[in-house]
Design a protein around this ligand. Structure first.
Ligand SMILES: [Zn+2]
Length: 122
C-alpha cells in the first residue's frame, strides 16, 4: 500500500482516500444552453491517458478535504498533490510506456494491475 501526501494532514495510507474523477473540469457557464450532446460530453466524457493524469481526491477518513493530484496511471504512483484551484504542476512522466506494463513496476499493487488489464481489442 502506498502513502498519499494529503496537503493538510501529510502522508497517509491510500485506503483513507476516495477518488473523485478528472480534475480541472469546468462547470459550463450557461448549462441551460447546452444541447444533449454537449451536456453528455461535460458529464460523461473524460480523458483516459496512459501516464500522468490530473485527478480529484478526497481524504475521506482524515480531514475530509478535497485536493488535486497528478497520478501516473501506469504505475499508480502519485507524482504531485496540490490544492483545488491551483494550476496543475508540471511533473515529469516517470512511467515506462506500453512495453512490459505489469513487470515494469515490481512493487505494483492490485489496483495497478487491474488498471492495466486491456478492456478492448487493440
Ligand atoms: Zn487530510
Amino acid at each position: 500500500m502506498q502513502l498519499i501526501d494529503c496537503p493538510w494532514c501529510g502522508p497517509r495510507e491510500e485506503n483513507e482516500f476516495g477518488y473523485g474523477g478528472e480534475a480541472h473540469i469546468a462547470y459550463p457557464e450557461n448549462p441551460a444552453e447546452l444541447d444533449d450532446t454537449e451536456w453528455a460530453h461535460y458529464v460523461f466524457f473524460r480523458d483516459n491517458p496512459q501516464g500522468a493524469f490530473a485527478e480529484r481526491w478526497v481524504h475521506t477518513v482524515g480531514c475530509r478535504r478535497w485536493f488535486n493530484a497528478v497520478r501516473d496511471t501506469v504505475t499508480y504512483r502519485f507524482l504531485a498533490v496540490y490544492p483545488i484551484g491551483a494550476p496543475r504542476p508540471d511533473v515529469p512522466v516517470l512511467a515506462p510506456r506500453a512495453s512490459a506494463p505489469a513487470a515494469a513496476s515490481p512493487d505494483h499493487d492490485a489496483h495497478a494491475v487491474a488498471a492495466l488489464e486491456p478492456t478492448d481489442a487493440r
